[in-house]
Write a protein that binds this ligand. Sequence first.
Ligand code: PLP
Length: 454
Amino acid sequence: MIPTRTTREWQAADSAHFLHPFTDYQSLARKGSRVITRADNIYLWDSEGHKILDAMSGLWCVNVGYGQRALIDAATQQLAELPFYNSFFQTTTPPAVALAELLAEVTPPQFSHVFFAGSGSEGNDTVVRMVRRYWQVLGQPERQVIISRHNAYHGSTMAGASLGGMAAMHEQGGLPIPNITHIDQPYWVQHGQGMSRDDFGRLAASWLERKILEVGPEKVAAFIGEPVQGAGGVIIPPETYWPEIQKICDRYGILLVSDEVICGFGRTGHWFGCERFGFRPDLMTFAKGVTSGYIPLGGVMVGDRVARVLIEQGGEFEHGYTYSGHPVACAVALANIRLIQQLKLVEHVHDDVGPYLAQAFAQLAEHPLVGTAETCGLMGALLLVKDQAKLTPFDPAVGIGMVCRGHCFANGLIMRAVGDRMIIAPPLVITRAQVDEMVALIRRCLDLTLADAQ
Ligand code: PLP
């Protein structure tokens, strides 16, 4: 049983024993954690009884919203029936098989196979292992190099953080591991001002070809990217970017990997981000939205090009996790995907709340603090600037994003700050009325931030 305690008691025990992810421990001890105790639909409640609109879906994952009975029942029934069995040594379980089948159905046609992991980071570790094994089996073991992008986020394990392009993570971990290299991100504000977005998209894609030629095409195994960079600040690429990336990968025969951990399962108004941006990956990492975060699960969809080689010529693949195909996680994922289908959430984002949010963001773009306001399905970012016309940034010492985030916290809204970009990714079940409520809260927090900045 979880004990009943006051907020202060929880906070004291929390800072005494719990090392949180991505946290400055001194700062946490000073301020104390916010204790989240309950959730329903798109709302959270803290231990002081405050209601909070969760515009980040937990951590980009609660796609179907909180409190969905179908997922709770699926977990409860599976826990009673078979809480665990592994999928090593020629055994399997019905939920894992049924989920593999359903994933083959909802993913693009090149995918008929899945490798299960416990998280997005593990999924990306599997990508590194699988890509290298693929080329080894094909007699090209020198194809080791994986190209990724600066400011990408692919997880926090050694391979995930190496694939990611977060400088602060690399500095603390002696990363990246060998044979992982990065190109610049397709972020127009940083690299493309003065050009049309379409021209910039082609230019940013050409950096991949330049890197392939620099490394030597015979050494390049794969390129990995998030369709929209999430944790990097919801960096939405120009429409020309991904089709050009696809052409370059095809030209050199290198594998294309889409990290769909955030973009998958409806977030962009399509089942997967690669479908939104018109490319055809060979491998696809997923996690988060596959279970709407109710229970951990991740994995890799393996395209026929790779699966055929591994299955027909690969022998034993020396890789796997205790929780690959965990029956309870798979049962929850099955219920979650069926609920996404039943509630037509992908259509809801594509036809209704996605365009509605885009309109609301276009109006927020007129706020004096906002330099750019962009959305893609139910992901959005507002770039806070000092001078709207010139997109002049604030002095980093002001920490304008953190100031705004503080106002959001105090006003019952969870929005995330990535540098000066304020980002959202609300649950896909959000209604138009709730979008209005969220946007009104955002506007109030922008006004309060502007008052502080003057
Ligand atoms: N890939 C992307 C695109 C992500 O956004 C994340 C997490 O935010 C990961 C991988 C890592 O997933 P996890 O935290 O489940 O390991």
